[in-house]
Design a protein around this ligand. Structure first.
Ligand SMILES: Cc1cc2nc3c(=O)[nH]c(=O)nc-3n(C[C@H](O)[C@H](O)[C@H](O)COP(=O)(O)OP(=O)(O)OC[C@H]3O[C@@H](n4cnc5c(N)ncnc54)[C@H](O)[C@@H]3O)c2cc1C
Length: 407
């Protein structure tokens, strides 16, 4: 439990002292020599998954979230797809953690009543060149351990999806959709059951290295500040993860941690068209592309939307530019001829925390203990873009392994 003391001598910037329940009454954090075991910055799907994974194994675990609820940022602005792991380079963390996360997520959904549907997905080729790319994708996916991938002919495609046009397709049966909010609710509940505390409205504004851990300074309600110590600090701050790494003393330019924000917008498909496909339908991705291509996403209520596109931006702004409707329409009409211009309405947008800048090579997730930068016990998670939702339970297991090596 958080109990705070307020120094009333300074009415404008009040200093609040963080005192865990059992130390109630002591004035100063250093007097009580209190140190939490683990502090996680960020209650998105990744921070919550880690809290759920380690709760019960360590005495004091805090999750600090600047918003008033969990999952208010990227973790609620995505396609909600449980990816299978086809696209990512062999041996990369993205590939390994996506394939493992896919299996773990379905297990969690089945065992704990989290909404999901294993719909399957088709990546559709529109010419011979794209068929070659699909074959390469199939090989890559198989190398990554994705099961059930199958090339299908034009005729088989027509049988499965009569309203989709293409010359061939790659079928990925283990791709699906999930109720991400319910998943986060599950992780939060499991973390709390294990004794972890999730504290909202807590913005981390300072990190100071101590001989055996870190001093964290937190701002509440944009005014009050308090500090406490932690042995292990886990940076799951999503779009702010590079800034948190910088606060901890990392030169983010040298480390290659500077994020590039890459916006992805969605348009809903109305006029009763959503029943015209049964699976998730994707185009063949561009080589060295920044996304998977504008695709058909379906949600658990059966609503259809198109997205996300990719646009590098300087700031976080979730408005959808209605002028992009033309490019959405043009990019999908080849494989989805039933979609008409007037069916599309702007819906929402998310922002990818990308390490890959415009025109650059694809980058992997960074998930590491920063001991070699002189910061042991700081675990950074940088660039957790897609497939971060899918990979979340596998990321949590991976991070639990890093913590075991520290404590
Ligand atoms: C357009 C789009 C589509 C996607 N589609 C998919 C998909 O279909 N399937 C899939 O697997 N993945 C998908 N992803 C990726 C997935 O959404 C993310 O990888 C995942 O949500 C990242 O979760 P997170 O917890 O790391 O980050 P976030 O959800 O961003 O959480 C980070 C949290 O940290 C908090 N925070 C930041 N700074 C501070 C601070 N100083 N103090 C306290 N708290 C702080 C924030 O408030 C936030 O709540 C998509 C992403 C985008 C943008």
């Amino acid at each position: 439990m958080f109990i705070r003391k307020t120094n009333t001598n300074k009415p404008k910037i009040r200093t609040t002292i963080f005192i865990p329940g059992e130390y109630k009454g002591l004035k100063n954090i250093s007097e009580m020599n209190f140190k939490s075991d683990i502090t996680i910055i960020g209650a998105g799907v990744v921070g919550l998954a880690i809290a759920a994974q380690v709760a019960g194994r360590y005495k004091t675990i805090y999750v600090l979230e600047r918003n008033e609820k969990f999952g208010q940022e990227t973790s609620s602005r995505h396609s909600g797809v449980v990816h299978s792991g086809i696209y990512y380079p062999y041996g990369s963390l993205k590939a390994r953690l996506c394939v493992e996360g896919n299996r773990l997520l379905y297990e969690l959904c089945r065992n704990h009543g989290i909404g999901y549907r294993e719909l399957g997905k088709l990546i559709v080729a529109t010419n011979d060149e794209e068929i070659v790319q699909l074959e390469e994708l199939q090989q890559r996916g198989q190398g990554n351990g994705v099961e059930g991938l199958k090339m299908i002919s034009k005729q088989e495609l027509k049988k499965l999806e009569p309203n989709v046009e293409g010359v061939a397709a790659l079928l990925s049966p283990s791709t699906g959709i999930i109720d991400a909010h319910a998943l986060m609710g599950f992780f939060a509940a499991r973390a709390k059951e294990g004794g972890a505390e999730i504290a909202f409205g807590k913005n981390v504004v300072g990190i100071e290295k101590l001989p055996d851990g870190y001093k964290i300074t937190v701002e509440e309600n944009d005014r009050d500040k308090f500090s406490f110590d932690t042995r292990v600090l886990i940076n799951c701050a999503g779009l702010q993860c590079d800034k948190i790494a910088e606060l901890a003393g990392i030169n983010i330019a040298r480390a290659g941690y500077k994020l590039h924000y890459c916006k992805g917008e969605y348009f809903t498909v109305g006029n009763g068209k959503s029943k015209l496909v049964k699976r998730l339908i994707y185009p063949v991705p561009e080589v060295k592309g920044t996304g998977l291509g504008v695709h058909v996403a379906l949600d658990l209520e059966g609503r259809m939307r198109l997205g996300p596109n990719t646009e590098y931006v300087d700031k976080i702004d979730y408005a959808v530019d209605s002028r992009h409707k033309d490019s959405f329409y043009n990019s999908t009409k080849r494989i989805l001829p039933f979609i008409e211009y007037e069916d599309l309405e702007p819906e929402m947008a998310g922002i990818r925390p990308k390490l890959q800048g415009p025109g650059e090579e694809v980058r992997d997730f960074v998930i590491r203990d920063e001991a070699d930068k002189g910061l042991p016990g700081l675990i950074d998670l940088i660039g957790i873009e897609s497939p971060g939702l899918t990979a979340s339970p596998a990321i949590a297991k991976y991070v639990a392994g890093l913590i075991r090596n520290i404590m």
